[in-house]
Design a protein around this ligand. Structure first.
Ligand code: SIN
Length: 486
């Protein structure tokens, strides 16, 4: 196994370089989902360590928030540059703990870093307002101030980018942060924190809580009165729970939750472009992304042609370990993930679905699943409603535009939707009718630091990235300055 040098630096900084912990503190193992190999151990923190982290973020808040925007921007910029200087090392670490192909991991590191660069620039543009006064003796202003200590809880599918997408705007605004990365992938978080420290982030401004005790640590982060905001990316079920817990202390929340993205191919679409887009959208991260196409609605007149083009491209996919050069689809994250995807496919097939390609676990065994195309689906099948989070395409025919829109919107989710057409009037009709926070039109890769990422309905609250992203981390304060004389 190739061992990235940053792995040892991270384990040493987490106090877990040896096989045993001299202090007998609880630890947990991080494993490679492609092989089951242990990469190392990190501290399994609980209630008291989370309290300690919140205290440290609270103490650091006046230090960090009183720096000028330009000073904060310079540190963020250095952090961005350090990440760039270690990109291959960080990508290798990411592949080892998460499984995605090295090139995708490298892309994720750069994608995540782009949020740091973006918000380093935005830090200098957190502008308030001067309002037209209502009287000659008064002046009226709006100030924007950092909200305070922020808790961030992040998922395993993008162990680096989902962290920088939250930390960069929070730190740029002047907030301090306690972050709890997913237990499957804590190493990328520790690596980012280490580079942030090297970039000059003051002690306590960023605190990483590694833990397998999600309920216990989540309970402290959502109930602690010194935390003013929670930013969470993960499932809708957990997001609702955390939001309920935050209600008691009325915290501001940003939630980036589940998706159930429709991918609509109209009869007038460029089918080659649609098939190429479907490949990127569906098989990035082995289908384990919230914006991954989850339901393919294809006009009945082009369904066979589209399915053939897609299947042809899919036969070129190479399932394997992420560090093998030709791998394009890595493993799923853990045995529970593979059981879930297998269960959905088996249920569909038992109820009459047909596998045009794939249909089960990959011959490599372990956490690998075959790229699969299912057709002949109906509403009785769980896969027709569930977020699949695996490399499985479900093909569903439609006849009328209105039916495609109705089916696309018939879900509590509203994160991303995609459609392919060449018809200008249809472009506007469908764009306006889709109840989604993000829409890809003849395009299947939407994300970028300059665009607002987020969903409607049960897919979340708030937006990450773009000029809007920093608003999630500031409070607006209205100042009415009176007694100024006539
Ligand atoms: C996600 O799956 O939550 C993030 C995907 C992206 O940023 O493109």
């Amino acid at each position: 196994m190739t061992r990235p040098s940053i792995l040892d630096e991270v384990l040493t900084s987490a106090g877990c370089s040896g096989e045993t912990d001299p202090g007998d503190r609880p630890r947990f193992a991080v494993t490679n989902p492609a092989t089951g190999d242990r990469l190392g151990h990190v501290p399994d923190m609980g209630r008291s360590e989370v309290h300690k982290a919140v205290r440290s973020a609270k103490v650091a808040f006046p230090v960090w928030s009183r720096k000028t925007a330009k000073e904060r921007a310079a540190i963020l910029r250095r952090w961005y540059e350090l990440i760039h200087s270690r990109v291959d090392d960080l990508a290798q670490l990411l592949t080892l703990e998460q499984g995605k192909p090295f090139n995708e991991a490298r892309g994720e590191i750069l994608y995540g870093a782009s949020y740091i660069e973006w918000f380093a620039e935005e830090a200098k543009r957190i502008e308030g307002d001067i309002l037209p006064t209502t009287g000659p003796d008064r002046r009226m202003l709006v100030l924007k101030q950092p909200i305070g200590v922020v808790a961030a809880i992040t998922p395993w599918n993008f162990p680096s980018a989902m962290i920088s997408r939250k930390l960069a705007p929070a730190l740029a605004a002047g907030c301090t942060v306690v972050i709890k990365p997913a237990e499957d992938t804590p190493l990328s978080a520790l690596a980012l924190a280490q580079l942030a420290k090297r970039a000059g982030l003051p002690d306590g401004a960023l605190n990483v809580v590694t833990s397998v005790r999600a309920a216990e640590t989540g309970e402290v982060l959502t109930s602690h009165p010194d935390i003013r905001k929670l930013s969470f990316t993960g499932s809708t079920r957990v997001g609702k729970l955390l939001m309920r817990q935050c209600a008691e202390t009325v915290k501001k929340v940003s939630l980036e939750l589940g998706g159930n993205a429709p991918f609509i191919v109209f009869e007038d679409a460029d089918l080659d472009a649609a098939a190429a887009g479907a490949m990127l959208c569906k098989f990035r991260n082995a289908g384990q992304t919230c914006v991954s196409a989850n339901r393919f609605y294809v006009h009945a007149s082009v369904l066979d042609a589209f399915a053939d083009k897609l299947a042809e491209r899919m036969t070129a996919l190479k399932v394997g370990q992420g560090l093998d050069e030709d791998t394009t689809v890595g493993p799923l994250i853990n045995p529970a993930a593979i059981d879930k995807v297998e269960g959905l496919v088996d249920d569909a097939v038992a109820k009459g679905a047909r596998a045009r390609l794939g249909g089960g676990r990959h011959a490599r065994g372990g956490n690998f699943f075959e790229p699969t195309v299912l057709e002949n689906l109906d509403d009785t099948m769980e896969i027709a409603r569930a977020e699949i989070f695996g490399p499985v395409v479900t093909l569903i025919p439609f006849e009328e535009e209105a039916d495609a829109i109705q089916m696309a919107n018939d879900t509590p989710y509203g994160l991303a939707a995609y459609f392919y057409t060449q018809n200008m009037a249809r472009i506007w009709r469908v764009t306006e009718a889709l109840e989604y926070g993000m829409v890809g039109l003849n395009e299947s890769v939407l994300s970028g630091e300059n665009a607002p990422f987020g969903g409607m309905k049960e897919s979340g609250i708030g937006r990450e990235g773009s000029k809007y992203g920093i608003e999630e981390y500031v409070e607006m304060k209205y100042l009415c300055h009176g007694g100024l004389g006539a």
